[in-house]
Design a protein around this ligand. Structure first.
Ligand code: F6R
Ligand code: MG
Ligand code: MG
Length: 370
């Protein structure tokens, strides 16, 4: 426990969808808000904000307990479980409790299904943060935007013209296959970094620090399929980014989302599609076409003694209309491929496949080719 530091934690899960997998139900939000209000009254969290993207319920918390705190994780687990039991199941919402993979809480929600991103830091004189939450995609979805924000001078002017950013950033990368992490420093090791994170199915950025060690960003890295050993839905990741005053400006962080890059997920967690930046409001924040396309919501807060001042809805701006329209065009183009790669993911990445059954059925009909 670090008393003089603030921690922002986001713990999230799909605990049941409303009309299939497309959005959360308003009663889930209402119920979660009431539960979180009690935790605030008890002083466990200084502040919170309950929100959603598509069918994922997001608990954003400001507190003083540090990362991986048992009580904070238990609170989130209990709230997500209670929403499942008291709202999702009684309303027979779709896939009620689908991301809660463990029977009971065991100290830390990591590895139990929910996605987690946490960042502990000493508050600056003023500390703007941005929180991004995506639906219908895998954790590797942040690799490209995080690289552009913290390492690409064509995106982030400050890397060149602000002396505080000029010495670069340290990226912590998780190898999701063997659970190991490696730290790489940009700009010196940019090519090594890109060699890894260019494969977002395997290598996922988990943390970013400024070269002097200042914590700058944290992303969730859960791979539900690796935990469950079977398809349980894509992970729908979240990330926290600190901005301004010697870090990328809010506008530099947002700039990368003007490009709706391709991410793995979409229908049945088995298709590449564009990541569309949308407002948190009901009119845009739902996954419809082909269960998508994959979406990202961005909220801005000023952190003030672990309180969350805000949010502001970052993509609720005509400046992102074009990105949404381009995402629509990319969606048309990708959909025209139907069941063919690269719209469909590779057999290894697909988490929803009949290939073993098809191969088994055909095994006696395969003959040696001449
Ligand atoms: C993707 C997702 C949905 C479902 C699809 C089929 O992450 O959750 O695209 O995979 O709607 O769902 P089931 O098999 O439950 O009918
Ligand atoms: Mg779902
Ligand atoms: Mg989801």
């Amino acid at each position: 426990m670090t008393v003089n530091k603030t921690t922002i934690s986001i713990i999230k899960a799909d605990v049941g969808g409303f009309t299939g997998h497309h959005v959360v139900h308003p009663q889930q939000i209402e119920f979660a808000n009431k539960e979180m209000e009690k935790a605030k009254a008890n002083g466990l969290v200084e502040d919170f904000h309950v929100t959603y993207v598509g069918d994922d319920l997001e608990l954003i918390m400001g507190h003083k307990k540090g990362e991986n705190d048992k009580n904070i994780h238990e609170l989130a687990w209990n709230v997500l479980s209670a929403v499942t039991e008291k709202v999702s199941k009684p309303l027979k919402l779709y896939g009620a409790g689908q991301d809660l993979l463990a029977d009971a809480f065991s100290g830390n929600v990591k590895g139990m299904g929910p996605g987690v991103a946490e960042l502990e830091f000493e508050e600056r004189k003023s500390d703007p943060i941005l929180i991004f939450m995506a639906d219908k995609c895998a954790p590797g979805a942040w690799n490209l935007p995080l690289y552009k924000i913290f390492a690409d001078p064509f995106n982030t002017a400050g890397l060149v013209i602000d002396i505080n950013l000029h010495s670069g950033f340290i990226f912590e990368v998780l190898d999701t296959r063997d659970g190991k992490i490696v730290k790489l420093k940009t700009p010196e090791e940019s090519y090594d970094l890109l060699a890894l994170i260019g494969d977002p199915n395997r290598y996922v950025i988990s943390k970013i620090y400024r070269s002097d060690g200042m914590p700058a960003a944290a992303a969730s890295t859960t791979k539900l399929s690796l935990i469950a050993g079977r398809y349980v839905g894509k992970d729908d990741p979240v990330c926290i980014i600190r901005a301004q005053g010697g870090l990328p400006a809010v506008g530099e962080v947002l700039e990368t989302f003007a490009f709706p890059h391709l991410v793995a997920g979409w229908m049945r967690g088995s298709h590449n599609g564009p990541l569309m930046p949308v407002s948190v409001s009901e009119s845009q924040n739902k996954c419809t076409r082909f269960d998508g396309p994959p979406r990202v919501v961005g909220l801005g807060f000023q952190v003030c003694n672990a309180k969350l001042i805000g949010p502001t809805d970052m993509f609720n701006d005509p400046a992102f209309d074009r990105a949404r329209s381009v995402a629509g065009e990319i969606a048309d183009y990708m959909r025209l491929h139907g069941p063919f790669m690269p719209h469909r993911l590779s057999s290894e990445e697909m988490e929803y496949t009949t290939l073993p059954e098809v191969l088994d059925k055909l095994k006696d009909r395969f003959q040696k080719s001449e």
